[in-house]
Write a protein that binds this ligand. Structure first.
Ligand code: MRU
Length: 360
């Protein structure tokens, strides 16, 4: 997508042909800062410290992280160490394992001297395929927005989204935002309710920044506002992303997603999840089996943001000494999901629905 007329992806290979560039998302929305990753530790730290985040982008970064690692140590030990190091960065999004497994499978049988080049090729393919997958999800998802717009011509279609499942969370386009960007391009009137998404404010800092740069009408609301908005008829549909979709269609996504799905069900609002095939974990049935990342309590106890002069400042908002808990994801059971939007079409959130489109 573009920022001030310049096309960006969220991750790309530097002109030197080997180091990796990312947008440092901890500096947004104040500054568009580009960081350079030169080795395995840079890639692992970028994922754990959330310079990059969002399931598909975590996967692409891990793929390039393996390529960087293999430049330094292309042997079997180096490959195994790099995979384990990257897998330990964030536990919930399955795209991480998917990408590490894919690059590992692509290089394992090669002589060590050829592994780094093959890993770069595979990482490049993973990134390019992510862009294409998201664009296709957009094409399938925009039909749902078109349908609402057709029923009430002229009135904006109000869409509520949670966290950032936008182009910054992927390589380009986004998952949940892809149908929204396509709707906007096609001239359909859309308005997006953007959940702030405490504690890290991905909605307020990232989704709002993205939508603003594409002139998509939107309004940021606190996370607690969604129920009220749905109850008062101000939401036509919810559209969120997923970090892991189980084989029976349970959706594990940013903490707070489940509450939005409950409110949507109570108010008859369709609840759609943009679920690329890279997010499907065929090995798990029940979302309750997915490891839920528990992040540092300071993310809750302090509100943190960039100051504009390169610093990040933190302000305490929780009484000193009070314990805090910070589960980062929750499970929305398939029964609360109206449908999954995948790159192969819109399908029920169920094993049968997924098997109709994908060969596991
Ligand atoms: O903790 P984050 O910011 O990595 O969480 C991101 C989300 O929960 C997104 O909604 C999810 O990855 C889907 S993104 C395309």
């Amino acid at each position: 997508m573009t920022v001030d007329g310049i096309h960006y992806r969220s991750i790309w290979l530097d002109d030197d042909g080997w180091s990796v560039r990312i947008i440092d998302q901890t500096a947004l929305p104040v500054e568009l800062r580009v960081a350079r990753l030169t080795d395995l530790e840079d890639a692992a730290a970028a994922i754990s410290d959330m310079l990059v985040r969002g399931a598909p982008l975590i996967g692409a970064t891990a793929a390039y992280g393996l390529a960087l690692a293999l430049r330094a140590d292309p042997g079997d030990g180096g490959l195994a160490h790099a995979g384990a190091r990257l897998l330990a960065t964030r536990p919930t999004a399955v795209n991480l394992r998917w990408a590490v497994d894919r690059v590992t499978a692509a290089v394992r049988a090669l002589p060590p001297a050829e592994r780094a080049a093959a890993a770069y090729d595979e990482a490049g393919r993973i990134a390019d395929e992510d862009v294409e997958r998201n664009r296709r999800m957009g094409e399938h998802g925009v039909a749902l927005i078109r349908e609402v717009a057709r029923r009430e011509p002229g009135r904006p279609v109000n869409i509520l989204t949670h966290c950032n499942a936008g182009w910054l969370a992927t390589v380009d386009w986004g998952t949940a935002t892809s149908p929204i960007y396509l709707a906007h391009e096609e001239g359909l009137p859309v308005h997006v309710w953007v959940d702030e998404t405490r504690p890290r404010n991905q909605g307020a800092a990232l989704t709002a920044w993205e939508l603003g740069h594409h002139a998509v009408p939107h309004t940021v609301v606190v996370d607690n506002a969604g129920g009220h908005l749905m109850q008062t008829g101000q939401v036509d549909l919810c559209l969120v992303g997923t970090d892991r979709t189980t084989a029976c269609g349970d959706v594990v996504n940013k903490i707070g997603t489940y509450l939005k799905a409950l409110a949507a069900r109570d108010n008859g609002v369709p609840f759609y999840v943009a679920a690329p095939s890279s997010s499907i974990d065929w090995s798990l049935e029940d979302g309750g089996q997915v490891p839920i990342e528990e992040r540092a309590g300071d993310e809750v106890a302090f509100v943190t943001g960039p100051t504009g002069d390169g610093r990040v400042e933190a302000v305490r908002v929780v009484a000193a000494g009070s314990p805090v808990a910070n589960p980062a994801f929750d499970v929305t059971p398939a029964r609360l999901v109206t449908a999954l939007i995948t790159e192969r079409g819109v399908t029920p959130a169920s094993r049968a629905g997924l098997l109709r489109l994908f060969d596991r």
